[in-house]
Design a protein around this ligand. Structure first.
Ligand code: CP
Length: 314
């Protein structure tokens, strides 16, 4: 595995899940594997879980993680080829990425979408600029269109919690939000859930269809009540419109899950990647109740990142 930026195939996903579960039992079992190697974690956007879990994962392998908050501490980056840099940008991505590639064995990048330039976002422009110019393995810490480390942690969490269920029914439901939110978590979750062979249903209000490249193989059901019937896992996430790119079409609070939504799915567990806007996206009663797997998902971010780093530095 050279880079880790998306779902590749079920065999690799199963290997990573298995390795992550082993690290969960004994996180220091490969404590010398990464000695002498450095991972540069480059954040163009904020983070809590991804930042901390990736550092811990690297340290568990004996690697040295170095965090660079490019949005706050670095030079303003120019992304466009041939730009005349006489305005606010100070350093071109091709220079910065090439330098970072000489400093680090692996680069991990967080780069959110613009939500205004659809073409640039869907080609994952910023992540691919790093890939093009850094010349070292790249790990996505969430790009414009995918969040694969989150999805790997989610698949680990589903596997751990579905021991008696052969093919769990997994529902990805849109939730209300006050801001326009990227599609990366929802896209990636759909890509990984279908790729890992889960029975995936996606439910959202009209106008919130995701990019079809990520939803092939899933059932789309616009009636949330029907979608939730017999669910084993319900993944809650807001996203902005994809077709009317980056726009908010609904803030309908009836889409926020409460206990009353689960009358036809009494055993369902609820997932969310966090951070969550309590009582907007998800109710306190769900988040603080026995259905919630959100803390387990967050914990599994460490072992997901550790399995990926371990595979990359082989
Ligand atoms: N879920 C997740 O990626 O969290 P952070 O944005 O805090 O890293």
């Amino acid at each position: 595995m050279k880079h880790f930026t998306q779902f590749e195939n079920i065999s690799l996903a199963e290997q990573l899940i298995e390795q992550a579960l082993q690290y969960k039992i004994d996180s220091r079992k490969h404590i010398s594997k990464g000695l002498g190697k450095r991972v540069g974690c480059i954040f163009l956007n904020p983070s809590l879980r991804t930042r901390a879990s990736t550092q811990i994962a690297a340290l568990n392998l004996g690697m040295e993680p170095i965090i660079i908050n490019m949005d706050k501490e670095g030079w303003a980056l120019e992304m466009q080829e041939g730009a005349v840099m006489n305005k606010t940008t100070v350093e071109h991505i091709k220079d910065a990425a090439a330098v970072l590639g000489t400093y680090f064995d692996v680069l991990a990048i967080r780069a959110f979408p613009t939500l205004t330039n659809k073409d640039e976002d869907i080609e994952d422009f910023v992540l691919n600029q790093f890939k093009k110019y850094a010349n070292v393995p790249i790990i996505s810490l969430e790009s414009a269109i995918r969040h694969p480390l989150q999805s790997l942690a989610d698949m680990i969490t589903i596997q751990e919690n579905s021991k008696a269920i052969k093919k769990p029914k997994v529902v990805l439901t849109w939730a209300p939000h006050i801001k326009a939110i990227p599609h990366a978590v929802a896209n990636s979750f759909a890509e990984w859930a279908v790729g890992c062979g889960h029975d995936l249903t996606i439910t959202h209000p009209e106008g919130y269809d995701l990019d079809p490249q990520f939803t092939q193989g899933a059932v789309i059901e616009l009636d949330q009540k029907k979608a939730l019937k017999n669910a084993d896992f319900v993944y809650v996430k807001n996203w902005s419109a994809f077709n009317d790119y980056g726009k908010i079409h609904s803030t309908d609070s009836s889409w926020m899950l409460t206990e009353s939504h689960f009358e036809n799915a009494p055993e369902a567990k609820v997932m969310h990647c966090l951070p969550v806007r309590r009582n907007v996206e998800l109710s306190d009663e769900i988040l603080d109740g026995p259905r919630s797997l959100v803390q387990k998902q967050a914990e599994n971010r460490i072992f997901a990142a550790q399995a990926v780093l371990s595979k990359i530095i082989i």
